[in-house]
Design a binder for this molecule. Structure first.
Ligand SMILES: [Ca+2]
Ligand SMILES: [Ca+2]
Length: 194
């Protein structure tokens, strides 16, 4: 655990403390609609080196302030030109306001695939009727990647069932420290009728 992790943990702690007292009071007019689930689409990016992430999934509220998300995600990196596909999930704390800050922690686990030579294994890998023909290739699953991400952001309710989310995540990855860093993102959630 390096200093970066400690700094992110502090940011989340301060954000959650700031939100907690405010969420305890208040009138009904600013309260977000009471909802149980949503479909969401989220895009995150960063530069130097460029990393682009796209994910879609479902989310649900446990309480007015605590929600979780589970989705399928793609994470592409300019660093080694790999695209990882896998699962992402997170838990967030956010007061039930129409404009609402949030803090959370999540994870992503994915694999990437590569085309490798397969002209010497006595198998017709591409099923074209020719065994080990010149240039025959096969798809191989390569190493996986694990990402843990503390995140902070802002929810903006655009309508009773549509919410815009701006977020910043700090990716801590199993692929090496050169992958770590902030990804900023924007997302849309469409809430399901109760
Ligand atoms: Ca073949
Ligand atoms: Ca072959």
């Amino acid at each position: 655990m390096g200093p970066g992790w400690v700094r992110e943990a502090c940011v989340i702690g301060v954000a959650m403390l700031a939100c907690a007292p405010a969420s305890a009071g208040g009138g009904a007019w600013w309260q977000a609609p009471r909802v149980e689930g949503s479909l969401y689409l989220d895009i995150q990016k960063r530069s130097e080196p460029a990393i682009l992430g796209i994910e879609a999934g479902i989310s649900g509220h446990y309480t007015d302030s605590v929600s979780s998300r589970v989705g399928l995600a793609l994470l592409g990196s300019e660093f080694d030109r790999h695209v990882f596909g896998g699962f992402t999930a997170s838990v967030r704390y956010s007061p039930p306001w129409r404009v609402s800050p949030f803090a959370g922690i999540g994870g992503f686990f994915g694999y990437w695939e590569d085309q490798v030579r397969a002209d010497g294994d006595r198998i017709d890998n591409d099923e074209d009727g020719l065994v080990d023909e010149y240039g025959e290739q096969k798809t191989e699953t390569e190493d996986g990647i694990l990402v843990i991400y503390p995140e902070v952001g802002l929810h903006l309710w655009l309508a009773n069932s549509v919410r815009l989310t701006l977020s910043g995540r700090y990716h801590l990855t199993s692929a090496g420290r050169e992958y770590d860093g902030w990804l900023t993102g924007v997302g849309l959630s469409f809430f399901l009728p109760e």
